[in-house]
Design a protein around this ligand. Structure first.
Ligand SMILES: Nc1nc2c(ncn2[C@@H]2O[C@H](COP(=O)(O)OP(=O)(O)OP(=O)(O)O)[C@@H](O)[C@H]2O)c(=O)[nH]1
Ligand SMILES: [Mg+2]
Length: 613
């Protein structure tokens, strides 16, 4: 065991152990000469020790004995230098989006992401999510909007950078901020320049999501995969930084170390200087070495999973015959774990934190026909899910690809339910789920109790404006929609956009009524990466009438409404699963050989756009 742990600590990581104290330093230091490997007091060991025995799970007190092997302290890599003993305090910067409803949902997601970054302590998070304070935040001009362009050097314009600096200075005295979270995807250079300007570590959306995965991973499998994702993220961000004495080096943004910018191999002068490996090459090589180690271990995990899957498919059932697996997928926080727990009378960890589940779990369930099936609870998805995570988590995501049936859980109370749905479809396609499986997927509209509650509250006149608008008078709303739709059609005809016309017509005939709001500016949609008029219409519709539109589409899809809390619709869902598993469409293709093809997600922009529709 000790040998296994020591094998995990590459020279690269040993370096990190001794260079973590300052906020600015990161755990993954990329120095030319490794210091002697010290005991790792600063990485995850402080909380790793209690993990080795048993842990209590929140929400029911199920004691779970984990094997020591599984809970091995895989050291992990921090994206930014932080104290693992306490959750970091992040200042959230949200670029403005239009319409306001989109901005609200994005900001709320950003704040939840910022609140979610916290390590477990003996199986628990220290603070209850609901009682956590809302992080300080600001909404700033969006450089990706129509009028302005993202600045190559600092992403935001100089005025915005200065404004944020003033905000930071204002709260500096209270020592409230450890790092700044920008809810956008930044390049390494932009991140580095913003750190210099704000004198704080900066995390972008990708970095924060990977860091949350790192913090929440418990099993060895999840830890290995999150470390790999973090490493890949760091590798893509090796930028030349200036050390404290003004010398240049390569490293993660925020690291300021003194190393030669020249080659280090020969150490000679004149024409032979610079021969050998440059600092950048050296650091890339170290990352590569660690990556290879991680990949080898993940490959082992993957093979074990494939063998187990194969065995389950062959004779996992109580009657000695195959056992079907149903993968429960969906946007993070949609209620997947709660639903799996409710269906299987088990007690999986559930929490309002985003990415509460990083370690996949299987639970068995008896279907109405008496047959047994396995429900697989897995990681949630999110819009702009980092590519590094998708790649690193392929051992886990293969469970989804290989499942016999997919159940897509949607949070019916989410204001941006349509966008969430699209994001999940994009990821499913990215990871290689077949079109056939996607078409056969069951869509579950979960948290229906919250919608019903909203309806009741509305009747009492105490509901939020958004909900009031949504539920006020459906007929009137329908009439308005028709009117707006006709106007839109006319406008489009005038603009001679035959494709859009056709699309609208086809959607209308299938029972979907499109709506376009004047406030749904093209610039905001362009920011979403949408170009066609078709996307524009559908996006506008989904964003401006989120719950209503989702309900229409939901009805069209003939899926099921549930509440994992009250138990509404669970029986119906089980019957639907039973039916799907028994019909001819659900191809229970029993490949008895362990899964062995080289897995690579396809990052096809066309596919992504298709999924958006
Ligand atoms: N009111 C209500 N709350 C629910 C329902 N289902 C889940 N929740 C709550 O929603 C929150 C998220 O639930 P989880 O089951 O952790 O969601 P998840 O999809 O597994 O989330 P991740 O693992 O983070 O991706 C928890 O606080 C649950 O109690 C429901 O049907 N109704
Ligand atoms: Mg979960």
């Amino acid at each position: 065991m000790l040998r296994a742990i020591s094998r995990l600590r590459s020279p690269l990581q040993s370096l990190s152990h001794s260079h973590l104290p300052a906020l600015w330093s990161t755990s993954l230091k990329l120095l030319p000469t490794p210091p002697p490997p010290p005991p790792p007091p600063l990485l995850r060991t402080p909380w790793a020790a209690p993990f080795s025995s048993s842990r209590k799970r929140k929400g029911g007190g199920e004691e779970r004995e984990e094997s020591k092997e599984e809970e091995d302290a895989v050291p992990g890599v921090f994206i930014f230098g932080r104290d693992p003993q306490r959750p970091p305090r992040l200042f959230v910067v949200q670029p403005r989006l239009r319409p306001d409803s989109v901005l609200d949902s994005k900001l709320s997601e950003a704040l939840n992401l910022a609140k979610s970054l916290e390590e477990h302590r003996e199986g628990f998070f220290q603070e209850d999510f609901a009682s956590k304070e809302v992080p300080p935040h600001t909404v700033v001009q969006n450089p990706a909007g129509r009028s302005a362009k993202a600045h190559a050097d600092t992403y935001f314009g100089p005025g915005t950078v200065d404004n944020i600096k003033i905000h930071l200075k204002a709260i500096e005295s209270e020592d409230l901020v450890d790092a700044v979270f920008v809810n956008a995807i930044l390049s390494g250079i932009q991140q580095r320049n913003l750190e210099v300007a704000w004198e704080k570590p900066v995390l972008d959306r990708v970095g924060l999501i990977i860091e949350i995965f790192n913090a929440h991973a418990e099993t060895k499998e999840a830890k290995l995969q999150s470390e790999l994702a973090a490493l890949m993220y760091k590798r893509s961000r090796l930028v030349r930084v200036r050390g404290p004495h003004g010398r240049l080096t390569f490293g993660m943004s925020g690291e300021a170390e003194v190393v030669s910018g020249r080659g280090r191999g020969s150490g000679g002068r004149g024409f032979i200087s610079g021969a050998g490996e440059t600092e950048l090459q050296l650091q890339r090589r170290r990352i590569q070495e660690r990556r290879n180690q991680l990949l080898a271990q993940i490959e082992e995990v993957r093979r074990t999973r494939a063998v187990q899957r194969s065995a389950r498919r062959r004779h996992g059932g109580s009657d000695g015959r195959g056992l079907a697996t149903v993968a429960v997928v969906g946007y993070t926080n949609a209620g997947k774990s709660t639903l799996v727990s409710a269906l299987s009378s088990s007690d999986l960890y559930r929490d309002d934190r985003l990415f509460a589940t990083v370690d996949p779990r299987l639970r068995s369930v008896i279907l109405p026909s008496g047959k047994k099936a396995l429900l697989s609870d897995t990681v949630g998805f999110i819009s702009d899910l980092p590519v590094q995570l998708v790649e690193a988590f392929h051992a886990t995501l293969e469970e989804v690809v290989e499942a016999d049936l997919l159940v897509h859980v949607l949070d019916s109370s989410a204001p941006n339910i349509h966008e969430q749905r699209s994001s999940v479809l994009v990821v499913l396609r990215q990871i290689g789920v077949s079109q056939e499986k996607i078409e056969n997927m069951i869509e579950v509209w979960n948290k229906i109790d919250l919608l019903n509650k909203n309806d009741e509250t509305d009747a009492q006149g105490e509901i939020l404006v958004e909900c009031r608008e949504e539920n006020a008078d459906k007929e009137e709303s329908e009439a308005l929609k028709e009117e707006e739709y006709t106007q839109m059609q006319e406008a489009r005809e005038e603009e001679a956009l035959p494709e859009a016309h056709n699309i609208s017509a086809s959607n209308q005939s299938s029972g979907l009524h499109l709506n376009e709001d004047a406030s749904c500016s093209e610039s905001s949609l362009m920011h979403e990466g949408l170009e066609s008029d078709e996307s524009l219409q559908i996006k506008c519709y989904s964003k401006l009438e989120p719950k209503f539109s989702a309900r229409i589409e939901y009805e069209a899809a003939k899926s099921v409404e549930t509440s994992a809390i009250t138990g509404t619709g669970l029986r119906e869902l089980l019957s639907l699963i039973d039916e799907k598993l028994n019909d001819g469409k659900t191809a229970l293709k029993r490949s008895y050989e362990p899964f062995d093809r080289k897995w690579r997600p396809s990052y096809n922009i066309e596919t992504s756009k298709a999924a958006e529709l």
